[in-house]
Design a protein around this ligand. Structure first.
Ligand SMILES: Cc1cc2nc3c(=O)[nH]c(=O)nc-3n(C[C@H](O)[C@H](O)[C@H](O)COP(=O)(O)OP(=O)(O)OC[C@H]3O[C@@H](n4cnc5c(N)ncnc54)[C@H](O)[C@@H]3O)c2cc1C
Length: 430
């Protein structure tokens, strides 16, 4: 039997339509979300769209609560807030990302040849455990894995194959359509037992048999390696900067306004993969004379990004650029460039911009390139003005400790926020 072809909306209208179509499935979501079934009918497959903010967490939350009683909406709401929790957690502890990126870089030069070859085999879907090899191929071919499959595969990599978690996390980040530094790094750390100390997540054959559709386990090759008694947690000597307390850098939240004052007579809007709906939110009334997004085949190649991931991002860019151009009433381009920094600066000069405005990228690979971007723009005499969506600014600092503490605060915040929004709507209507 041929498998369903997976699609992931790469436009705002597609994302909204997918969300609409998912509404009838929300009540069963809590009970079925852990089942791994070909075609992934029990989950929304919206993470690439939400991650890139083709549709924002705020929009999903509002429509979820409007469409369902809170007891029904609860599970999906919690998942949306997992994303926000991880974002806030990493944003307030950038040293954890830095440490991961530095270790990964170091491993490239120091990994023993035997380990490197084994890692390549496992990533290529040749580990010898049929179900894990299927997941590896699914990731590379589609850019998506079900959450439970991500947990199993990461656990297999770390606790069965005993491969360096940073290399596995990088494999995910290069291929996932929803690649996100916070959700990815911190979920990998959680599976390893680094995030919640001494509580690693261990894959077991019994759990696979309970949650996978039978056809996925028809080939049982290698499954005995996952027998419960055989899987033993890898113990880490060096855990890196645990940083349970947010670093003072958290105060840099304050350095980004939620709405920039009209920054220069001629301002341009830089659209990037972290926020693809600039026409909705605080920027919507800003006067821009030009809008652009940039792709660099050379930088994608250097980062070894998977083809589905590139395609999905570029299609999303084209959609965002078209919408933003229409909304702001200015020229809007998707520009192939040699490097992001040089391309942005050249565009700013061509458009005679005084400032380039963008949503501030969160801690992660794009944020790592900001210094180069800022320097190139400064050389061209152009200011870079970054801003943050207000609800990120409000929620992320709650990620001080564990998820449940965060969620407790977030629920109170959500009640107050929803009330304030209803009041504002009523005031506008009257
Ligand atoms: C090892 C590992 C790596 C991961 N890497 C990423 C990543 O790079 N980018 C990413 O967006 N997610 C990552 N996740 C989280 C999760 O697997 C995906 O968000 C999820 O599979 C989304 O698919 P969906 O939209 O179909 O899920 P649904 O079940 O429909 O989820 C709805 C929404 O809730 C959020 N969500 C659900 N589960 C999680 C979770 N465990 N953590 C955070 N948010 C969640 C997402 O926004 C998702 O779109 C990772 C999980 C693991 C275990």
């Amino acid at each position: 039997m041929s498998e369903p072809v997976l699609t992931f909306p790469a436009s705002r209208s597609g994302a909204l339509a997918r969300w609409e179509a998912f509404q009838p499935l929300v009540p069963a979501y809590g009970a079925k979300r852990n089942l791994v079934v070909p075609g992934h009918p029990h989950v929304s497959r919206l993470s690439p769209a939400i991650r890139g903010r083709l549709v924002t967490e705020d929009e999903i939350t509002a429509s979820l609560l409007a469409g369902h009683p809170s007891s029904v909406a609860q599970k999906f709401l919690q998942e949306i807030f997992w994303r926000r929790y991880w974002k806030g957690w990493l944003e307030t502890r950038p040293a954890v990302w830095r440490d991961y990126a530095d270790r990964l870089e170091a491993l490239k030069g120091t990994l023993h040849e035997v380990v490197r070859r084994r890692a390549d085999e496992v990533m290529a879907g040749r580990s010898g455990v049929a179900i894990m090899d299927r997941f590896a191929r699914e990731l590379v071919e589609t850019g998506y894995l079900h959450n439970h499959a991500r947990m199993w595969w990461a656990s297999f990599w770390i606790h069965v194959e005993r491969l360096p978690w940073e290399v596995g996390a990088d494999f995910f980040l290069r291929h996932l359509l929803d690649a996100d530094a916070a959700s990815n790094t911190l979920n990998w750390r959680w599976v390893a037992g680094l995030q919640t100390k001494d509580k690693p997540y261990l894959v077991t054959r019994a759990n696979l048999e309970q949650c996978c559709a039978p056809e996925l386990l028809a080939d049982t090759t290698g499954l005995e390696r996952l027998d419960e008694k055989k899987v033993r947690a890898t113990v880490f000597d060096v855990v890196g900067p645990d940083a349970p307390t947010p670093t003072p850098e958290a105060s840099r939240f304050a350095t980004y306004p939620t709405k920039p004052a009209q920054p220069a007579e001629r301002s341009g809007l830089w659209i990037h993969e972290e926020d693809l709906t600039p026409e909705i939110g605080e920027l919507h009334e800003t006067a821009f004379v030009a809008v652009a997004a940039f792709t660099s085949a050379a930088e994608d190649g250097a980062a070894s990004l998977g083809a589905p991931r590139r395609r999905h991002r570029d299609t999303s860019f084209a959609d965002a650029v078209e919408r933003a151009g229409g909304h702001f009433g200015c020229t809007a381009e998707l520009l192939p460039v040699a490097t992001l920094a040089e391309g942005l600066a050249a565009w700013a000069v061509k458009e005679r911009l005084g400032a380039v405005v963008a949503y501030a990228p969160a801690v992660g690979p794009l944020n790592d390139r900001l210094e180069a971007v800022r320097a190139a723009l400064a050389t061209a005499g152009v200011e870079l003005v970054l801003c943050r969506r207000p609800t990120d600014f409000q929620l992320w600092p709650y990620a001080r400790g564990g998820y449940f503490g965060f969620m407790g605060q977030a629920e109170k915040w959500l009640k107050a926020h929803t009330k304030a929004q209803a009041k504002a709507r009523a005031a506008t209507a009257s």
